[in-house]
Design a protein around this ligand. Structure first.
Ligand SMILES: CC(C)(COP(=O)(O)OP(=O)(O)OC[C@H]1O[C@@H](n2cnc3c(N)ncnc32)[C@H](O)[C@@H]1OP(=O)(O)O)[C@@H](O)C(=O)NCCC(=O)NCCS
Length: 178
């Protein structure tokens, strides 16, 4: 049985690029299969190689999660946007996705004070809804490299109307989901 204390988190390092590549592939193959065609799953990674993830790590916002010293999940962000969140199938369902999402939101708030958006894979829409995001529109994934078009749902973190900038200044970054 996996416990919350089994996981630790740190900034991604360039040496993590291969793990991040492999986790993305395994996560899609194991957890998104029911929502996409076999061809989409097969070609998901397109022309990407681990060096594609080295570039992303170099941007400085990616965080990884470790269990027993092994990277088992990661999250990446841009200002105002959560761009990637993937975990290995064997650590799904124990709250790790929610913890990484919280970290990713904090990363996307660095240097940004407005709403937070993301492009959810179809299989993950229910997860993001549970965590406070609302669907805005359907579209296609825009952060990949090659591969078949991937249907996604544009989502945005819902913030209640009473959560004004003033409140944010008083209480710090507001996050209503955790
Ligand atoms: C989506 C993903 C990150 C969820 O991670 P997870 O660790 O299994 O999720 P958690 O255990 O933290 O679940 C948090 C809550 O969301 C719910 N949930 C998790 N996955 C869900 C799903 N696919 N649909 C609906 N609800 C879901 C859980 O039941 C839990 O609800 P609770 O708080 O009422 O108990 C994981 O399944 C994954 O990596 N999927 C493949 C990659 C992917 O699609 N990433 C998103 C790309 S945009």
């Amino acid at each position: 049985m996996t416990h919350a204390a089994d996981f630790s988190f740190r900034s991604a390092r360039l040496q993590d690029a291969e793990s991040v590549f492999n986790i993305t592939k395994a996560s899609i193959g194991g957890l998104a299969r029911a929502s996409y065609s076999p061809g989409q799953i097969e070609n998901w990674m397109g022309e990407r190689t681990p060096s594609f993830y080295e570039e992303l790590i170099g941007n400085g916002r990616m965080m990884v999660c470790l269990r027993g010293g092994v990277v088992v999940g990661f999250v990446d962000a841009l200002p105002g946007e959560l761009t990637r969140l993937f975990i290995l199938p064997e650590v799904a369902g124990v709250g790790l996705g929610r913890r990484l999402l919280k970290i990713g939101i904090a990363q996307s708030r660095l240097g940004h004070s407005g709403s937070i958006k993301l492009e959810a894979t179809v299989n993950a829409v229910g997860f993001y809804r549970k965590c406070g995001f609302r669907s805005k529109a359907r579209g296609y994934f825009s952060h990949g490299r090659g591969g078949e078009p991937i249907e996604i749902v544009h989502m945005e973190l819902w913030i209640p109307k009473f959560a004004t900038r003033d409140a944010s200044a008083l209480y710090g970054p507001i996050c209503w989901i955790f």
